[in-house]
Design a protein around this ligand. Structure first.
Ligand code: GAL
Length: 422
């Protein structure tokens, strides 16, 4: 029996040890990695710090290249211009189909040796591996698994208004209406295309179920895209639009999380990076906030995984790059990072011991969904279709949410713009 890996020493202890041995042997920080990412919120930056510290403990310098913007669209734009000018960063935070796109361009580094030494093939879940590799070559090191079909609720607000965790979609809407009647904001939301799309992942799953999700968002089946069910999805998006506050437009996701934390709003529908914000503010799951699957999506998981795609670099950065890849998949790092980030490990052999109640649930849900074939990639976060199609979804979802487009019109435009993007 292979025992699950738990933390034997504290991660801090490991880092300290590594730092001391580096300084004793006089290892200078000759090598460095340049890391392009969009982890700029408090919780995200704290999580990323665990990687920077781990590398610094090995004598590897860190050149930070943050590009703000959840979902990573802006980061991907910056990346394109860097690669086009022949100056790719060492490592780039990336998701799903974007990794495959870059893998096809022949500009990514080959991580096979590190992957072999670390036995990645055996420990990285198939759903992630499918994006990390092109033609048998590992291009990216998976950091975590997030999922988008979550709701974050403020416990005190729920108690004050007298609402329980809703069991289905209709209960969820009634609960939010009660919050509104009590003079509070039902849904904390940031009106940015990727956030609208993040909500859409959950609404669509709750409305059509797993088969519909696959048909509409992964197979891009025209019948599904133009169906009555899809109209109902947009109807529900319209209902949600009536449950956000007047100032939602353009708001960053972490500010929406803060509204839930500060008892201004009851709920946020957001991936579990939101938990990283709650934890970073000292909030305790079960006491200050609750986490539950988007009502009506229980038993399914719409996942997204961040990976660091490694680009071909000059010889002087190669060794540091390989060390970074190895560090990312180490069990110690996976635990240290993911307990802070709100995500769960990108390895199947890690114990849930160090994780809080929401993390334990996330790990159990992921396992169950994997076994039941109800694990699907998040459309909003690049795991259902390539970027062009994802952007076609974004455009229509956000135009509908922010305007007065009817559900019929939205469905029509969606089918047309997806067809155009394929
Ligand atoms: C997602 C990413 C998460 C989180 C979020 C908000 O795309 O997977 O790690 O950072 O964006 O920035």
């Amino acid at each position: 029996m292979t025992a699950k890996i738990t933390i034997k020493k504290t991660f801090k202890g490991l880092l300290l040890g590594a730092a001391i041995s580096a300084s004793m042997t006089g290892v200078a920080q000759a090598a460095e990695v340049e890391v392009l990412h969009w982890w700029t919120s408090g919780g995200e930056a704290k999580a990323l710090g665990t990687l920077r510290d781990s590398l610094q403990g090995q004598g590897i310098g860190w050149k930070d290249m943050p590009v703000a913007g959840g979902g990573g669209s802006s980061a991907m734009t910056v990346l394109r211009s860097r690669v086009m000018s022949g100056n790719a960063p060492t490592a780039v935070q990336m998701m799903g189909f974007d990794i495959l796109d870059w893998g096809d361009q022949g500009v990514t580094a080959n991580l096979n040796e590190v992957a072999k030494a670390g036995n990645w093939d055996a420990v990285v879940p198939a759903a992630l591996k499918k994006f990390s590799k092109t033609n048998g070559q590992w291009n990216a090191a998976p950091v975590n698994v997030h999922s988008t079909n979550w709701v974050w609720g403020n416990k005190a607000v729920m108690d004050k208004v007298g609402i329980e965790i809703p069991a289905n979609w209709d209960d969820f809407v009634s609960a939010m209406q009660k919050v509104k009647a009590a003079g509070l904001i039902p849904l904390a939301h940031g009106g940015q295309a990727w956030q609208d799309a993040t909500i859409f992942d959950g609404v669509l799953m709750a409305t059509g179920g797993i088969d519909f999700y696959r048909k509409a968002l992964i197979d891009l089946d025209e019948q599904a895209l133009t169906s009555k069910t899809m109209q109902q999805v947009f109807d529900r998006m319209r209902v949600l639009r009536g449950l956000v506050d007047d100032n939602f437009s353009g708001r960053d996701w972490n500010l929406a999380s803060a509204m839930v934390m500060n008892e201004k709003a009851a709920f946020q529908m957001m991936g579990d990076w939101a938990k990283g914000e709650f934890l970073n503010a000292g909030k305790v799951p079960g006491k200050d906030f609750v986490c539950f699957r988007t009502p009506g999506t229980q038993g399914t998981v719409t996942f997204n995984a961040d990976q660091f795609t490694m680009f071909k670099v000059d010889d002087d950065r190669h060794e540091a790059q390989m060390k970074m890849a190895a560090a990312i998949l180490s069990p110690e790092f996976q635990i240290a990072f993911n307990t802070v980030k709100g995500s769960v490990p990108a390895r199947t052999d890690i114990s849930d011991e160090a994780f809080d109640a929401c993390g334990k649930k996330a790990m159990a849900d992921l396992k169950e969904a994997g076994a039941n074939n109800t694990l699907v990639g998040s459309m909003a976060h690049g795991h259902a279709s390539p970027a062009a199609v994802k952007n076609a979804f974004y455009d229509v979802i956000t135009a509908h949410f922010n305007g007065d487009m009817s559900s019929q019109e939205a469905v029509k435009q969606l089918a047309a713009s997806v067809k155009n993007a394929i």
